[in-house]
Design a protein around this ligand. Structure first.
Ligand SMILES: [Zn+2]
Length: 138
């Protein structure tokens, strides 16, 4: 079953369509709740395979599931055992450490850039001082 929203709108009866229009005009509270409930139901479904070794998990007891942020999304991965989860966490740590390193380097470069005009400013001050000195000498 793969229905697009347009097809869904086309297929519901008039009464349901008017109810939907009314709900939309009132801030879509009922629609939001329906969508949220469906998303929750999907997220609570057991993952089919271990994210590391690919073992089938549907019939398995004691499955581990990890919910983690990834590029502004919430990702979910399930594992057959703790060693598979540890392996995955290791890879996640490496990826995050690499990301942090890159960000730190960028910050360092920015700090360097911020320092440079100061140095120029200082040397300008020195030049002014020198000029001032030469004036007093005159
Ligand atoms: Zn596994």
């Amino acid at each position: 079953m793969n229905i697009l929203i347009k097809e869904f709108i086309d297929s519901i009866d008039e009464e349901e369509l008017y109810k939907l229009q009314y709900d939309l005009s009132k801030g879509s509270i009922a629609l939001k709740k329906t969508v949220e409930d469906k998303v929750k139901e999907i997220e609570n479904r057991k993952r089919k395979y271990c994210a590391v070794c690919g073992e089938e998990l549907v019939e398995k007891e004691g499955v581990y599931t990890l919910i983690f942020p990834h590029e502004n999304l919430t990702k979910k991965a399930s594992f057959c055992a703790t060693d598979c989860m540890e392996f995955f966490l290791g890879r996640l740590k490496t990826a995050n450490a690499h990301k942090a390193e890159t960000t730190q380097k960028e910050t360092k470069d920015e700090a360097k850039l911020a320092e440079e005009p100061k140095q120029i400013h200082e040397s300008e001050e020195n030049i002014n001082k020198l000029n001032g000195n030469s004036k007093t000498l005159d």
